[in-house]
Ligand binder design. Structure first.
Ligand SMILES: [Zn+2]
Length: 311
């Protein structure tokens, strides 16, 4: 597995967003409000420009902290500092707790924070799990909850995004608050698709949505070797060729899901295919859970993520 550079979280800056925790839609919001958000630094040597500023992720050696680029910190001891502006905008989540370091990687259309949690071994094999992308398919959140508490094997740098679509989840709706299907909005093979109100509306342009931008920035920064995205409720994992196929089959065998094609949609701008193309040599795949997920099943899926992480 490819190793990512050490991401030593010393600083978290999330500067202003829509100025509210809800109720603001794109059409009603001042576009400049979101464009002021946000610069997030994930520590030594890593500064990522977050949604609304520029569409590209930049990695620089400039860091606003006293941490040197060579500093390696552990999750339990990472000194997370915030600027007054971050503190006053409520953008920071404070010091690491027992379940890991928490970051706000962006804000939804309605201003809800999109959180990421890092656990395990910075510098190890980077694994990213996205619990929820379609707001009416929330079961994967139980898997990220489990992974937030579970004992991790050595050498895994685990990143969890419990939900990249908090607005959709709050509304029990597939799309985000702009009615965009985030899983058609990613910047690989993006194409116009559907219209607002239709299930696969791809948005006005690639990565037009703040939720997409946040996850694009995170993946571009931490460069995961493995990304798992949870959906419902087709109860399967789609086949693939090569190592990607082997990893999918291994995960399926561990969880009891069948390996079967997923058909019937138009698959432009999908998140998983973007992620796998973005990080050379990586594997990114979708797990279609069933209609429900028991605690035992969530635990089995969490164990499967960790088992295939080293495959
Ligand atoms: Zn889905």
């Amino acid at each position: 597995m490819r190793r990512a550079p050490v991401v030593a979280a010393a600083t978290l800056l999330v500067l202003g967003s829509c100025g509210g925790s809800g109720g603001t839609t794109r059409s009603g919001a001042d576009p400049s409000a979101r464009s002021s958000a946000a610069t997030t630094s994930l520590g030594a040597g890593h500064v990522v420009t977050m949604p609304g500023t520029t569409p590209t992720t930049t990695t620089t050696r400039t860091t606003p902290t006293t941490t040197t680029p060579t500093t390696t910190t552990t999750p339990s001891s990472a000194p997370i500092t915030t600027t007054p502006s971050a503190a006053t905008t409520g953008g920071s989540l404070g010091p690491a707790g027992p379940t890991g370091r928490r970051f706000v990687i962006g804000r939804s259309v309605q201003g809800r924070p999109i959180e990421a949690i890092e656990r395990g071994s910075p510098g190890g094999t980077v694994v990213l799990v996205i619990g929820v992308i379609h707001g009416d398919e929330p079961a994967g959140g139980a898997v990220t909850d489990t992974l937030e508490r579970r004992t991790l094997p050595q050498g895994i740098d685990l990143w969890l995004v419990p939900s990249m679509n908090p607005d959709g989840q709050a509304a029990h709706r597939r799309t985000n608050a702009d009615l965009v299907d985030l899983n058609r909005n990613f910047p690989r093979r993006w194409a116009p698709l559907d219209r607002p109100g239709e299930p696969e509306y791809a948005g006005p342009s690639a990565a037009s949505e703040p939720e997409t931008k946040a996850v694009v920035a995170l993946i571009s920064l931490v460069r995961p070797s493995l990304v798992v995205w949870y959906h419902q409720d087709l109860n399967r994992i789609a086949p693939a060729v090569g190592r990607a196929g082997a990893v999918r089959r291994a995960y399926a065998a561990l969880t009891g899901l069948p390996v079967l094609p997923v058909t019937g949609g138009t698959y432009t701008g999908t998140a998983s295919s973007w992620a796998q193309a973005e990080v050379r040599g990586s594997v990114s795949f979708i797990v279609e859970l069933g209609p429900t997920l028991s605690a035992e099943e969530a635990d089995r899926h969490a164990a499967a993520v960790l088992a295939v992480a080293g495959a």
